[in-house]
Write a protein that binds this ligand. Structure first.
Ligand SMILES: NC(=O)c1ccc[n+]([C@@H]2O[C@H](COP(=O)([O-])OP(=O)(O)OC[C@H]3O[C@@H](n4cnc5c(N)ncnc54)[C@H](OP(=O)(O)O)[C@@H]3O)[C@@H](O)[C@H]2O)c1
Length: 323
């Protein structure tokens, strides 16, 4: 029997049920993947709470690492024995083994361990698309990046350093500030005691930044707008603290601000492009420019505890589940 986290209703972490499930043979275009690590991402909390709608009952999770142990008819993208990771496809990564579409599987290079890869696929490819596609950074810019010590954040810190970008990163504690700086964040703002926009103006000689990457949402929206240069860009890429509500006039009054609310699904397609995004990430890892290991590890059955830690801001870096 296989094991999986299932949801029958949305709500708090207690709705995550650890169950035995049947996993069959892969059908046409499908592969069966046995997981070694499952990545926990904030988006899993949006699904669990119902903020992002799910058809129930459902599995949970969209990001895991494992080995292909069977493929169905017509599969050409992967072979049995391939080490793979994924960040798209149906919910259900919180499981020890699953059947899923083969065309979302990303083969892992030899020099990247499963453990490292478990921190990279969703989180590193998010950094890739934010910095290389949504707002392509050239090097030399100063940017404001919220939740710099988070899962995506620690990879973003290292990616910014590799690009020659000055990153001002927000964090909630001095301990997280140290972690962000150790990963390449140039300046940190500790939000529990510092005013974000005032510090950004100080650090940029009053100019403000050309771009803010804001995954926190509701709590940081005003500070983000107040930190931008005229005609700057707000990349609203998450809502860890709650939804963002914006009217167009505010954007004019704050300096003709550009806003985008990007989603991975619109940037990591088609498959060839998704693989090239992954390759760019793996190349940085293989070159030693990005190093990453999970900072919090839980058993699959303890997924609820992992969620409690993540949503109460007690984690830094990546959180993983082990089946
Ligand atoms: N658009 C996309 O395609 C995409 C893809 C991946 C991730 N994301 C977004 O990127 C963000 C980071 O994801 P992640 O999985 O790496 O999570 P994470 O950054 O490890 O965790 C969230 C962090 O956000 C900060 N935070 C600030 N206010 C918070 C609040 N009220 N509740 C909880 N956390 C709060 C906390 O850092 P401090 O304690 O330092 O404040 C917390 O550690 C999420 O918002 C996620 O939805 C978006």
């Amino acid at each position: 029997m296989s094991q999986a986290i299932r949801l029958y209703e949305t709500g708090g972490p207690e709705v995550l049920k650890f169950e035995h499930v049947e996993v069959g043979e892969p059908g046409s275009g499908q592969a069966r993947v046995r997981h070694s690590y499952i990545a926990v991402n904030f988006i899993d909390i949006y699904h669990r709470t119902g903020y992002y709608p799910l058809a129930l009952p459902s599995g949970l999770g969209s990001d895991a690492i494992g080995v292909v142990e069977a493929v169905g008819p017509g599969v050409t993208d992967v072979r049995v024995g391939d080490r793979v990771g994924y960040l798209m496809g149906p919910q259900g990564a919180y499981s020890d083994v699953r059947v899923m579409p083969a065309d979302v599987l990303i083969p892992l290079p030899d020099g990247v361990s499963d453990r490292t890869a478990s921190t990279l696929i969703m989180k590193g490819m998010t950094a890739q698309y934010l910095f290389r596609q949504v707002y392509p950074l050239k090097g030399g810019e100063t940017i404001l990046y919220h939740a710099a010590a988070g899962g995506v954040g620690l990879i973003a810190c290292q990616w910014a350093r590799a690009l020659g970008v000055t990153m001002i990163g927000t964090v909630s504690s001095d301990e997280k500030a140290e972690i962000a700086k150790a990963n390449g964040c140039t300046h940190t703002i500790v939000t529990s005691r510092e005013n974000i926009a005032e510090r950004v103006r100080e650090l940029t000689d009053g100019k403000g930044v050309p771009v803010v990457f804001d995954s926190v949402g509701k709590d940081t929206l005003q500070a983000s707008l107040d930190s931008l240069q005229v005609r700057g860009t707000l990349v609203s890429n998450g809502t860890s603290s709650g939804p963002v509500v914006l009217d167009a006039l505010t954007l004019a009054l704050k300096g003709s601000i550009w806003v985008t609310r990007p989603a991975m699904a619109h940037y990591a397609k088609p498959r060839a492009h998704m693989l090239s995004m992954a390759q760019e990430l793996f190349d940085l890892v293989l070159a030693g420019k990005i190093t990453s290991e999970p900072k919090q590890t839980f058993a699959l059955k303890d997924a609820a505890q992992a969620h409690r830690m993540l949503e109460s801001r007690q984690t830094a870096g990546a959180t993983v589940l082990v089946p």
